[in-house]
Design a protein around this ligand. Structure first.
Ligand code: ADP
Ligand SMILES: Cc1cn([C@H]2C[C@H](O)[C@@H](COP(=O)(O)O)O2)c(=O)[nH]c1=O
Ligand code: ZN
Length: 189
């Protein structure tokens, strides 16, 4: 097979439960079927469901993954890899800014598929996602279903009283809500 799909940046974003991880794993699987070598990375703080795998919420997709703290770590692992997946991109730290490494890898003809939250539980954009979204070749904004009204969800509403920005969890801590339901629930509007 001729592997001529190279050097593209693909981003899946949206709230929790919108299908970002499922799409990322399905896209990686398709590249594997097409004969490309792949490697998946995730932030080391994300220990939800599995330490050595990325697993989607319904647990019907799983994929072996390497835990990293910094985006710069990828260069060490991915020298001979054609397609790189990165889950929970919003939590991957960087020394020189995420674009430096991303651009370097793209210029080495590696295709990169990112899945990450666009905004946090208060609606503030995640900085690293703000950097990659405008420079991506393909951006897919996905939507969960608002658990209150069934519209497209916009935000991952935290239902515990934890105030820190990073709190790892799933449905026991977060609910996808549309904008209207979020403001009604949080500000009584
Ligand atoms: N409110 C919801 N809206 C849509 N999907 C939901 C919802 N709650 C649970 N799910 C499940 O979550 C899946 C998406 O999981 P996943 O791909 O891990 O999402 P993400 O990575 O965006 O959090 C859906 O296919 C569905 O089975
Ligand atoms: C909104 C929000 C989420 N998180 C955490 C919760 C989960 O562990 C991940 C998101 O996972 P998913 O695959 O997108 O469902 O992020 C957080 O720490 N802070 C937040 O504001
Ligand atoms: Zn709603």
């Amino acid at each position: 097979m001729i592997n001529n799909y190279v050097g593209k940046l693909i981003v899946y974003t949206g709230s929790m439960f919108s299908g970002k991880t499922t799409q990322l794993l399905e896209t990686l699987r398709r590249f594997q079927i097409a004969g490309y070598s792949t490697m998946l990375f995730k932030p080391s703080i994300d220990t939800r469901y599995s330490i050595s795998e990325v697993v989607n919420h319904p647990k019907n997709y799983r994929f072996s993954a390497v835990s990293i703290e910094y985006i710069e770590d990828i260069e060490r692992y991915a020298e001979n890899v054609q397609v790189i997946g990165i889950d929970e991109f919003q939590f991957i730290k960087s020394i020189f800014g995420p674009l430096k490494t991303i651009n370097k890898l793209l210029l080495r003809d590696k295709t990169i598929i990112i899945a990450g939250l666009d905004i946090d539980f208060q609606g503030r954009p995640f900085e690293s996602m703000k950097e990659v979204l405008p420079v991506a070749d393909y951006v897919y904004k996905l939507h969960a279903i608002c658990v209150n009204c069934g519209q497209d969800a916009w935000i991952s509403h935290r239902i515990t009283d934890e105030g820190e920005r990073i709190v790892i969890g799933a449905e026991e801590k977060y609910q996808p809500l549309c904008r209207r339901c979020f403001y009604r629930v949080t500000q009584g509007k």
